[in-house]
Design a protein around this ligand. Structure first.
Ligand code: NDP
Length: 480
């Protein structure tokens, strides 16, 4: 069985304590590899290597950073099949989803920031002939990147690419639940000739490795994607050290479907936005609000279409939903289905685990679940479940649905379905949401700021915002 290694100072090495954790395949419930159970000492080693690499990497020309990053993106594309299979084995998602979305988007992230750095410019302001100001933007130094398990390589590269492009060196930690693609990625970095120490990947538990990054005095900025509670913990530790923080956190996203929508399009996309990746995408819509005149028709068609989704072997090309990421996570999601029933909800479809045959018999499978009959402010409709579980409820007016949509502590993403462009703009402007998709879902332009409001996070990344985050501005004012 493979022993995953840390990537420190350009080499693949064992954790200093030589201890490992089990890595499970969620589709089979069996251990299939081992992950370093790294500690603060490994983080210190990674930090020292990043610190030594910084002076030279920060002076590397933009063209050279562009070249190396693009070479890494080339290698991701050349190894698409292997990476997609690894991501599926680690995470439980259908291989076809990893092949179509996760891995191609990982290489797009890298290409995007490799190119963006070539075009990145800072401002200059002329003060009516009195003085001129220009802003110097310098890389920060050693930065930390911590990512979650749901879109492992995609979110890992989303943080690392702008950090490296801007000239920083990085200490990164992928989720301990899904380490394999980050490990394969470290091999590709070596093959691409990334200088040693520029990127260091340390595997292990959040409570040990993640928190060691957060509290390290030399790590000046942290880009984190994960749960809101973890984000709050990181902010608490990092704030007294005045670290720069970008926190991309949880969501409880509303799907607002007006009666004048393109019915078929809204239906097709809502099935996808509810259950893609087993509902484990921070951008999945989990509260579906449908305007009264089409409520019964939409509900019936939505249940019918959901019933046709196949829960099965992630390797099978006909599978729509694979396994949930872990036994613990499955337990959490199932506990919310129980809660929904206690709160008076009716399960329209799903609600049960799926038991597959043979080597998949211990896998974490759950039928996609639709729940009706809950109030907008009950716990099921307020807390993030992060699985293939959605609620559906009718609404009459725009004001009413805005009240429902904005009622949670989250504000990550929303979708609005209507043919009325004026209404679409009006509703979008009134939603507490970092992203609003009108008549679509998950369409991403990497130039736009990405992230949420309220408890969904702070510090939008994306486009030049990410390069701004990973650089320190100094304003120089020259008297004329
Ligand atoms: P977690 O917050 O549990 O973990 C995220 C990462 O942080 C993991 O690598 C984890 O390590 C690490 N970590 C855990 N504790 C600490 C700590 N004290 N200090 C530093 N790092 C720590 O999130 P999940 O992995 O469960 O991911 C799911 C969550 O991520 C959902 O809430 C989802 O909404 C959110 N998310 C947000 C996105 C966004 O863009 N807004 C995108 C994708 C997901 P370990 O795995 O070892 O626990």
């Amino acid at each position: 069985m493979i022993h995953i290694k840390n990537y420190i100072n350009g080499e693949l090495i064992e954790p200093l304590n030589q201890e490992y954790l089990d890595n499970y395949n969620p589709a089979t419930g069996k251990v299939y590899s081992y992950i370093p159970d790294s500690t603060e000492e490994d983080i210190e080693k990674a930090y020292q290597s990043a610190r030594e690499a910084f002076p030279s990497w920060s002076k590397t020309t933009r063209e050279e950073r562009f070249r190396i990053l693009n070479k890494i993106a080339d290698l991701i594309e050349q190894n698409l099949k292997e990476l997609a299979e690894a991501e599926s084995t680690d995470n439980g998602k259908p291989v076809k989803l990893a092949r179509k979305v996760d891995i191609p988007r990982a290489s797009s992230n890298i290409r995007f920031f490799a190119t963006a750095i070539l075009h990145y410019a800072s401002e200059s302001h002329d003060m009516n002939g009195v003085a001129i100001n220009y802003t110097l933007r310098k890389p920060i130094g050693v930065v930390g990147c911590v990512s979650p398990w749901n879109l492992p390589l995609y979110l890992f590269t989303w943080k690392i690419a702008p950090a490296l492009a801007a000239g920083n060196t990085v200490v990164a930690k992928p989720s301990e639940i899904t380490p394999m693609t980050a490990y394969l990625f470290s091999k590709l970095c070596i093959e691409a000739g990334l200088p040693k120490g520029v990127l260091n990947i340390v595997h292990g538990l959040g409570a040990k490795v993640g928190s060691a990054i957060t509290k390290h005095k030399g790590i000046k900025a942290i880009s984190f994607t994960g749960g809101t509670a973890t984000g709050a913990e990181i902010a608490k530790v990092a704030a007294p050290m005045f670290k720069k923080l970008s926190l991309e956190l949880g969501g409880k996203n509303p799907n607002i479907i007006f009666a004048d929508c393109n019915f078929e399009e809204a239906l097709r996309t809502t099935v996808m936005s509810s259950f893609a990746n087993q509902g484990q995408i921070c951008l999945c819509g989990s509260r579906i609000f449908v305007q009264r005149p089409i409520y019964e028709k939409f509900k019936t068609a939505f249940v019918e279409k959901t019933n046709k989704l196949k829960v099965g072997d992630p390797k099978d090309a006909t599978t729509n939903l694979g396994a949930l990421v872990s036994k613990e996570h499955l337990k959490k999601v199932v506990s919310y289905i129980r809660l929904a029933k206690e709160e008076g909800g009716t399960i329209l479809t799903g609600g049960e685990q799926v038991h597959l045959e043979g080597e998949l018999s211990e896998g974490n499978y759950l039928r996609p679940t639709i729940i009706e009959g809950l109030t907008f402010d009950c716990r099921t409709n307020q807390e993030e479940i992060f699985g293939p579980v959605v609620t559906i409820m009718p609404f009459e007016t725009e004001e009413e649905v805005l009240l429902y949509a904005n009622s949670t502590k989250y504000g990550l993403a929303a979708t609005v379905w209507t043919q009325d462009v004026t209404r679409a703009n009006r509703v979008a402007s009134k939603l507490d949401s970092g992203i609003v998709w009108v008549n679509c879902w998950l369409v991403r332009d990497l130039r736009t700021p990405f992230g949420g409001v309220k408890s969904s996070g702070v510090g939008r990344e994306g486009g030049f915002n990410a390069l701004n985050f990973f650089t320190e501005p100094t304003n120089v004012c020259i008297k004329l």
